[in-house]
Design a binder for this molecule. Structure first.
Ligand code: F6R
Length: 353
């Protein structure tokens, strides 16, 4: 039931603050220790020399973010793969691989195909899914819940942030990290709420930047490049504005020729190490006529940025940076008079290859 909301997507965007709290409550006890992950999972992953994350679409984008936690916090090399590619072009594996399947529905045929292949090869598997009684959770050796609650809108929102959080918690449980993740997630929840409370800002951005546009870009570096892919998918899949998500440094290697007078280029700027470079890239596209809309984090902000995000641990910034993109996609679609929850040609769960 979408209650007072005009569309499920908006309700599900708003629910992300609650989901972050739910996950912290489920996976941590009152002392801030991890309780929601069985020792079988940790012990098995610790024997692995490499993690392989397998997923499709938005879940694949969540995996691109999750990789950073497994590498930075758990110190395990991690590869992220598109399920439909991995299924028929399996790369050379490490000696002791461990497979993580990420899925909202748990029924995605492309991911199921990979799971079947991997089980035949005898490697250990974990599914992180929102639907717990699903094929992918039943057939993997281990399963962890995403606890986002039913996601009805075709465009995935809360499952994305929740998958990122579960990966962060799992990686945290495997390593020896200074950060108090439980407390940081509480902060994430507060700040997600603060961003979703500013809907009018994003409606105004969507209406001024995207009205009458047929193409758009999202750019970023590092974790922001990963979020840019998801931001672009959100915008294009429901508004039908052709949108590319780009690692900002790649623009000059070809794609910058697409920039025209007024082309909207959204820049996500939350990573200190590359902020200066990204500022340069924003200036380059602006010099070629782009309408640049920069979404930055507080300590990296400049006065003419379109929106300044509150700050949490830098590795967790994707959880905040994606929210404006979800809301901009929502309002751009609404402004075009389209059905936000049911974009053409798409199904919520893709059960065919
Ligand atoms: C986009 C979207 C899809 C799914 C993809 C995988 O908003 O929802 O890209 O993420 O079809 O689905 P799951 O996560 O159910 O395996």
């Amino acid at each position: 039931d979408k209650g007072a909301y005009p569309y499920y997507m908006l309700k599900e965007i708003d629910e992300q603050a609650v989901v972050a709290r739910t996950l912290a409550g489920h996976y941590f006890n009152d002392e801030g220790e991890i309780v929601g992950i069985g020792c079988g999972i940790g012990d098995t992953i610790k024997q692995a020399d490499r993690l392989y994350i397998i997923a499709a679409g938005t879940s694949y984008h969540a995996g691109l973010v999750g990789k950073r936690y497994f590498e930075n916090w758990a110190n395990i090399p991690t590869e992220v793969h598109i399920a439909s590619e991995f299924a028929y072009d399996q790369p050379l594996l490490s000696e002791h691989p461990f497979f993580i399947f990420l899925s909202q529905s748990g029924e995605t045929a492309d991911s199921r195909e990979v799971l079947d292949n991997i089980k035949r090869q005898g490697f250990p598997t974990l599914t992180i899914a929102n639907v717990m009684n699903s094929t992918l959770t039943r057939e993997a050796d281990f399963a962890l819940p995403v606890l986002a609650g039913p996601e009805i809108a075709v465009a995935s929102t809360k499952a994305y942030t929740a998958q990122i959080i579960v990966q962060a918690i799992l990686a945290y449980s495997l390593g020896d990290v200074e950060l108090d993740l439980k407390q940081e997630l509480a902060k994430v929840a507060v700040e997600i709420q603060a961003i979703t409370d500013e809907k009018m800002t994003f409606q105004a951005i969507a209406e001024s930047a995207l009205q009458n546009q047929h193409s758009a870009f999202y750019i970023g570096r590092g974790m922001d490049a990963a979020v840019a892919l998801e931001a672009a998918l959100k915008l294009k899949e429901i508004s039908y504005i052709q949108t590319e998500g780009f690692a900002a440094g790649e623009l000059k290697h070809g794609t910058i020729s697409l920039i025209e007078e007024g082309t909207p280029v959204f820049a996500l700027l939350t990573q200190a190490k590359t902020a200066g470079l990204l500022r340069g890239e924003v200036a380059q596209v602006a010099a070629r006529g782009a309408n640049t809309i920069t979404i930055s984090s507080k300590s990296l902000a400049r006065p003419d940025d379109a929106y300044v995000l509150p700050e949490v641990d830098e590795l967790l910034m994707p959880l905040l940076a994606v929210i404006p993109a979800q809301l901009i996609a929502y309002y751009a679609t609404l402004a075009r008079g389209l059905d936000v929850d049911r974009p053409r040609n798409l199904a919520k769960s893709v059960t065919v290859q």
